[in-house]
Design a binder for this molecule. Structure first.
Ligand code: ADP
Ligand code: MG
Length: 227
């Protein structure tokens, strides 16, 4: 296998549920190679979002490790504290079911800001944001606020945002969950193409078997384990 860009080992995570503990992850492990696409399916409540949050560093496992190859080396020297956390987060491109765009600023600013947070110079962040919005077919929509865009357009802004800092890997949590079937198919196709062109890895959480089948490797999360 090519060098892993992400290696997660033996992840355990439980949540308090009333007076009991609900063990969601019970030793899940995952390796993703450079440029590899991996799909993760699993029943609702299986722990897919919990797993992605751990991979993204948005939450900490009870035990186990998540290792990203070479990410910290891409930060500008001297970046520390909250700025470091934000920069690292935008180097792990993340796409959510409900988009999570900033409602008060336009599409271009949403994408540009993500680039600026990880230390791209202003002009470069703006140029890359324009280029990516064009690539996802939104050249005519750059000055629109999220509320003025359709669901599919919002998700395409989120894809551009996830890619702006050229992350080695994108984590996408049911990115088509809020889209109609036709729009969802187009969004997944676009995401896979962009990742392929850029040798960007992709972890795609999805309920849709046809979308899962487009990934190079298909996994299922069941009983807290990935197989
Ligand atoms: P999936 O994404 O596969 O549908 P989740 O990872 O969202 O599943 O949730 C897995 C289980 O963990 C569910 O039973 C959910 O209720 C529980 N859970 C997730 N996050 C929390 C939390 N922050 N606090 C308590 N329980 C949680
Ligand atoms: Mg989920």
């Amino acid at each position: 296998m090519a060098a892993p860009i992400l290696e997660a080992r033996d992840l355990h995570k439980a949540f308090a549920s009333g007076d009991r503990q609900l063990a969601v992850l019970r030793g899940a492990s995952l390796r993703v190679a450079t440029g590899e696409s991996v799909s993760i399916r699993g029943e609702s409540g299986a722990g897919k979002s919990t797993l992605l949050n751990l991979l993204a560093g948005l939450d900490a496992p009870d035990s186990g490790t998540v290792h990203w190859q070479g990410l910290a080396a891409r930060l500008r020297p001297g970046v520390s504290g909250g700025a470091r956390t934000r920069a690292l987060a935008s180097l792990r491109g993340i796409i959510f079911q409900s988009f999570y765009l900033i409602p008060e600023i336009d599409a271009l600013a949403n994408v540009r800001l993500a680039g600026a947070i990880c230390g791209l110079p202003r002009k470069e962040a703006a140029a890359r944001a324009r280029e990516l919005l064009a690539r996802v077919g939104l050249s005519e929509r750059t000055r629109h606020l999220p509320a003025q865009l359709s669901g599919g357009e919002r998700q395409r802004v989120a894809i551009a945002r996830a890619l702006v800092a050229a992350p080695p890997l994108i984590l996408a949590d049911e990115p088509t969950g809020n889209l109609d079937e036709h729009t969802g198919d187009a969004v997944v196709e676009l995401l896979l193409n962009l990742c392929r062109e850029r040798q960007t890895g992709l972890v795609l959480v999805t309920h849709n078997p046809a979308h899962a089948a487009k990934c190079a490797r298909q996994l299922t999360l069941h009983d807290g384990l990935l197989a």
